[in-house]
Design a protein around this ligand. Structure first.
Ligand SMILES: [Zn+2]
Length: 246
């Protein structure tokens, strides 16, 4: 009784009447589902604290045997205002929470810290694509599906790397390159792909100083994640769309 926990909203879907179903990542319990009653009524006091990627404190009575908990009240802990004011950042935050919602998490503390740290960086950065690349690489690592970036995945040589192979699972060198199977990549794409897979999320301030990333710089790590996790990121379509407009 009288439980409270800090959460980040991963998914908010309409439920019967004016209710909503909330998938959240809780700092204490990991993934949880809440029924938020009356939240879609215009006068709901909880509505703002329950919108997507908001960080809030949820008050509820824990029923361990139930798959869904009932939300009593929610108070906003941190609002990512600058994310909400920027269409690209908003779409990146949606991808971040969707990926977290759709994977199985093993270590609660690590997952919460990764998402919270990433949203804080996203709020202030001028290089949001680089942050998404780094975040997705960390998610791949958590799922045990991170690509091989220490050399060529076929022969292990460390120089003359020229392509990224989804099927082989990492870098391909010029000797192993097969034009029927592989596509040559720009040096900057290869450089970022290695950086994303090598750096920790706390090292983002060093990465964001390098040239701003485009969507093409993060396409490969996104492809790796979706191919090997089996997750289809539905919110990716919108980011692709606005990246094409620029
Ligand atoms: Zn090779």
């Amino acid at each position: 009784m009288n439980n409270k926990t800090e959460v980040i909203i991963l998914k908010n879907s309409d439920y019967r009447d004016a209710d909503a179903l909330l998938n959240v990542l809780s700092k204490d319990y990991g993934k949880m589902t809440f029924v938020a009653r009356g939240i879609r009524k215009p006068k709901s006091k909880n509505a703002n604290s329950c919108s997507l990627f908001q960080q809030s404190i949820f008050h509820f009575d824990l029923h361990e045997q139930r798959s869904m908990q009932s939300l009593r009240t929610a108070e906003l802990k941190y609002s990512y205002r600058k994310i909400r004011e920027d269409l690209t950042k908003q779409s990146i935050a949606s991808i971040m929470v969707e990926a977290m919602d759709k994977i199985d998490i093993e270590i609660v503390e690590e997952s919460f810290e990764l998402l919270e740290t990433s949203l804080r960086f996203l709020d202030t950065t001028d290089n949001p694509m680089a942050l998404l690349g780094l975040y997705i690489a960390r998610i791949c690592e958590m799922c045990g599906i991170d690509p091989y970036v220490d050399g060529c995945v076929r022969c292990q040589r460390e120089d003359h790397l020229t392509a990224i192979s989804l099927n082989d699972g990492g870098f391909i060198c010029s000797s192993c390159f097969n034009e029927n199977l592989h596509i040559k990549k720009d040096r900057s794409v290869l450089k970022f792909f290695r950086l994303f897979n090598k750096a920790d999320i706390t090292q983002f301030p060093l990465i964001e100083e390098i040239t701003p990333c485009n969507y093409s710089d993060i396409e490969d790590i996104l492809a790796f994640f979706m191919e090997y996790s089996g997750v289809n990121l539905r919110s990716l379509k919108f980011l692709q769309h606005i990246s094409n407009l620029k």
